[in-house]
Design a binder for this molecule. Sequence first.
Ligand SMILES: Cc1cc2nc3c(=O)[nH]c(=O)nc-3n(C[C@H](O)[C@H](O)[C@H](O)COP(=O)(O)OP(=O)(O)OC[C@H]3O[C@@H](n4cnc5c(N)ncnc54)[C@H](O)[C@@H]3O)c2cc1C
Length: 484
Amino acid sequence: MNSFELVTKLRTFLPTEAVLHETEDLRPYECDGLSAYRQTPMIVALPQTENEVAEILRICHAAKIPVVARGAGTGLSGGALPHAEGVLLSLAKLKRILDVDPAARTARVQPGVRNLAISEAAVPYGLYYAPDPSSQIACSIGGNVAENSGGVHCLKYGLTVHNILKLRVVTIDGKILEIGGEGMDSPGYDLLALMTGSEGMLGVVTEVTVKLTPRPEKAQVVMAAFDDIRKAGDAVANVIGAGIIPAGMEMMDKITTHAVEEYVHAGYNLDAAAILLCESDGAVEEVAEEIQRINEIMNKSGAAEIRTSHDEAERLRFWAGRKAAFPAAGRVSPDYYCMDGTIPRKRLANVLSGIEALSAEYGLRCMNVFHAGDGNLHPLILYDANRPGELELTEEFGAKILQMCIEAGGTITGEHGVGIEKINQMCSQFKTKELETFHAVKAAFDPDGLLNPGKAVPTLRRCAEHGAMHVHRGEEKFAELPRF
Ligand SMILES: Cc1cc2nc3c(=O)[nH]c(=O)nc-3n(C[C@H](O)[C@H](O)[C@H](O)COP(=O)(O)OP(=O)(O)OC[C@H]3O[C@@H](n4cnc5c(N)ncnc54)[C@H](O)[C@@H]3O)c2cc1C
């Protein structure tokens, strides 16, 4: 089926303006938050109902046309990068909050609903949706499910997967699956967990039932400045080791602190090698006791300066810099490349020193801002895409950071997904058998490989071609990979 025939077929049940095919209409969809990779799709479809989603998928399935689902397009790994000969299926118009149930502490929402809009709808009941990606003002809950997104508060309250109960999913052949349930457990394989983080490769999410959490009575944050990043790393380990689970524990290095301070004037210590923000929330007495313990630990860990927020305005100001780190990077560099690796907390200082060495080797600045509590690094490599060869250099630098994360016992993604960006690093992270299992799961849902092809899980051939990277625990060499 050619583009003209497909447009005609889709317009039999979608309004004319819900099927885009002119180049200028397709342009806004050519990339997600990872703007280094761009591709215009053949067609963009903007359904408004689950039935329309199902019908689009049925048509594409019958005609063997690739489909890439898209939420708000804030993804940072190129997951929603369109397919040149495919349909970009935007879920942006499915944006209704269907139900908020304060007794069950749940909300049932369509996939295009913004993350923050769920919490806003729950305000009258004293509830909120806990996972809070820094992009929460814009990103969609469907995208959050597809990426298993996290945020500052996920250390205490869990990732998306821990905060959803049920999904409605449309399969590539247009069938509706209802996954999960109201109870703590449901029989059979855990398809809810499987679908969460599947990056649009297994099905299209059309409804999400999320858990809502009571708003804490009080929240307070300790801001500690360290003259040595190792001391800050130790402080993180000491807090967790003391049995405290902070509501958030975030770190910024010196270059980040300077960039954000110029931008939001949060009052950060500009001499510090690292700033640590550690939040406590809960009942008033509980917070008071925890904040006192956190202060003691920061002190013992060698903090040069410790400040505790006295009121809500000050707490928000302390966080403002951390929350604005990405836009601040945009102010100090024409382009930045955001990596997303995880490492065991105890390896923080070593890996950060390694990144510093790589930064000098490549002659590219790197801002480090990260979820220190769960060892989720976000190195932002600053570069200029207009300088010939600099993007390639940046990608090489980024790949080395991820390799370092694997060697430190971590992973190549903490919350941003694999997408197209980290697909080669998957060859380093997983062995042949593990990749084959991923492919078998994909084939069970989507035998023709039409949903988001070329993303998240590399073919074994691709791994063979990037064989030099395949050093999983030193056990396996790329030459053993079958070529198909
Ligand atoms: C400034 C900034 C800060 C960020 N901070 C964080 C952070 O703190 N934590 C974090 O985890 N992420 C963060 N992100 C990344 C991003 O916002 C998340 O990955 C988010 O979940 C993507 O949602 P989206 O709606 O924009 O999805 P998109 O970018 O549109 O899509 C992401 C992936 O989900 C798939 N998808 C989208 N909707 C559906 C659906 N309904 N069904 C099936 N598949 C679907 C797409 O195919 C794609 O693979 C940040 C991004 C930016 C730009």
